[in-house]
Design a protein around this ligand. Structure first.
Ligand SMILES: NC(=O)c1ccc[n+]([C@@H]2O[C@H](COP(=O)([O-])OP(=O)(O)OC[C@H]3O[C@@H](n4cnc5c(N)ncnc54)[C@H](O)[C@@H]3O)[C@@H](O)[C@H]2O)c1
Length: 272
C-alpha cells in the first residue's frame, strides 16, 4: 500500500451550491473545515447556506452570479482573492425543461469550458476539478453524432452538432457528452501540474431538477421504475462521490466519467 499524499487544504469552489447536489457537496466540505466559495444564481439561498455552514467551514464566501456570463471567470478569480484553490465541484446546470436549447448548451458546456480554462492555473498541487455530466450522455447512440461531439470538443467544429441546438433535450444530451469529452481532453494539462479532473454522470436524482424532469417526461418515469437500485438517487449520493474524487484516495482517478446511476445505464445495455 502506498502512502496517500496529504489532501490540499485550499479553497473549495462549489457552483450550483444552492441546488440539490451543490448543497450537500458544500455541507460535506464544510464538515472537513475547508474554506468555501459558493456560487449560484440565487443570492438569497446562497447566503442562507453560507450562514448555516460558517460555524463548521474554514471560511465561506459567496458569489451570486450567472456562470454563463462572459466575465464569470474573472469574477470567480477576483472572489478567490489570491487564496489557494484545491477543489472545484461544478454542479451548476440547466435541464431540458428549464430553458431553450442554446441557453442550456451555453450554461452546461460553454461556461464549463471557460471555467476549466480559467481555474486550471489557479489550483495548488494535488487539486481536483469535478464536473457533472449525465446519463443522458450515454443515451446518444448515433455514432456520427458522437464523432461530431468529439470533433467539436477537440477542434471547436460545430458542423455536426449545430442542428441539435434548438431541441432542449438534444442540446442537453450533447452538452453533457461534450463535458465527458472535455474531461478527457483536459486530463493531460491537469496531470502536468499534479492535478486531476473527472466527471460524474448522475442517474435520476431526487433534486428540484430531477423531480421537474420526471414530472414532465413519462418515458423518464418508466426508466426510473427500471433502476436496479429500485429508486431515485439522493443529492448526497453524488456529493459523496465528488468528495471522494477530491480526496487523496482518488489520487489515480483522472480523465474519466463515473456513472452514479443506480445501475440503469448498464441495465439498459447502453454503452459509451
Ligand atoms: N437531478 C438529476 O436527476 C440529474 C441527472 C443528471 C445530471 N444532472 C446534472 O447535475 C447537475 C446538478 O443538478 P441538480 O439536480 O443539483 O439541479 P438543481 O436544479 O437542484 O441545482 C442546480 C443549481 O444550479 C444553479 N444554476 C443554474 N444555472 C445557473 C447559472 N447559469 N449560473 C449559476 N448557477 C446556476 C441553480 O440556481 C441551482 O441552484 C446539473 O449539471 C445537472 O445537469 C442532474
Amino acid at each position: 500500500m502506498s502512502t496517500a499524499p496529504a489532501a490540499p487544504q485550499g479553497t473549495v469552489v462549489i457552483t450550483g451550491a444552492a441546488g440539490g447536489m451543490g448543497r450537500p457537496a458544500a455541507q460535506r466540505f464544510a464538515a472537513q473545515g475547508r474554506p468555501l466559495l459558493l456560487c449560484d444564481l440565487d443570492a438569497g439561498r446562497l447566503e442562507k447556506l453560507a450562514e448555516e455552514l460558517r460555524p463548521t467551514a474554514g471560511k465561506v464566501d459567496i458569489l451570486a452570479t450567472d456562470i454563463a456570463a462572459a466575465d464569470f471567470p474573472e469574477q470567480i478569480i477576483a472572489a478567490l482573492n489570491g487564496s489557494p484553490l484545491s477543489a472545484v465541484v461544478h454542479t451548476a446546470g440547466l435541464s431540458p425543461t428549464m430553458s431553450d436549447g442554446p441557453r442550456i448548451f451555453a450554461v452546461n458546456y460553454e461556461a464549463t469550458e471557460r471555467l476549466v480554462a480559467a481555474l486550471l492555473p489557479r489550483f495548488e498541487a494535488g487539486g481536483c476539478m469535478v464536473l457533472i455530466s449525465s446519463v443522458s450522455a450515454y443515451m446518444l447512440a448515433d455514432t456520427a453524432l458522437l464523432g461530431a461531439i468529439r470533433n467539436f470538443v477537440l477542434n471547436g467544429d460545430r458542423t455536426g452538432i449545430a442542428q441539435h441546438m434548438d431541441n432542449p433535450g438534444m442540446s442537453y444530451a450533447v452538452s453533457k457528452r461534450a463535458v465527458i469529452g472535455l474531461v478527457e481532453r483536459e486530463a493531460p494539462a491537469f496531470g502536468a501540474r499534479g492535478l486531476r479532473i473527472a466527471s460524474i454522470a448522475p442517474g435520476f436524482i431526487d433534486t428540484p431538477m430531477g423531480r421537474a424532469e420526471a414530472e414532465d417526461n413519462a418515458q423518464l418515469r418508466v426508466m426510473i421504475g427500471m433502476v436496479p437500485q429500485g429508486r431515485m438517487g439522493h443529492g448526497d449520493e453524488i456529493a459523496s462521490v465528488a468528495e471522494f474524487l477530491c480526496s487523496p484516495a482518488a489520487s489515480y482517478v483522472s480523465g474519466c466519467d463515473i456513472r452514479v446511476d443506480g445501475g440503469i445505464i448498464g441495465h439498459l445495455g447502453m454503452r459509451p
